[in-house]
Design a binder for this molecule. Structure first.
Ligand SMILES: [Zn+2]
Length: 123
């Protein structure tokens, strides 16, 4: 883990099923207390308007089929995002769990952070 400071925004935007990747955990809005972990995702384009997703989920013998635009509630979405440092433009890869950490907005790389003990690891 390189030392840098990331400014994030709350992750409040709607998420649709097509954004899910293996390893993500999500719930359907009407079953918010049933977390589902994505094992694999397969996309099938039916028509220009309709893409179907085939999601393999643990504990389910049959894969789940749903339209790509289905709204889901993300519980865990770890993504590696490349951001350029606000001060020197040096690119840095940042790994964030979007629902918990928020969406990355800007970053200041370790070159401008003199003391690592000053970081705010609040959550
Ligand atoms: Zn920098």
């Amino acid at each position: 883990m390189s030392n840098h400071a990331v400014v994030t925004l709350d992750f409040t935007r709607p998420v649709h099923a097509h954004e899910l990747r293996p390893g993500d955990v999500f719930a359907f809005p009407d079953a918010a207390h049933t977390p589902l972990t994505v094992v694999s995702v397969k996309k099938t384009v039916i028509s220009p308007e309709l893409t179907l997703l085939t999601l393999a989920l643990p504990g389910h013998t049959e894969p789940l089929h749903l339209p790509a635009g289905t709204p889901v509630r993300p519980l865990r979405m770890v993504r590696t995002v490349s951001l350029a440092c606000l001060l020197c433009r040096k690119p840095q890869d940042v790994e964030l769990d979007l629902p918990h950490d928020g969406e990355p907005l800007s970053l200041v790389c370790g070159d401008h952070i003199p003391d690592m003990d000053q970081t705010t690891e609040g959550r």
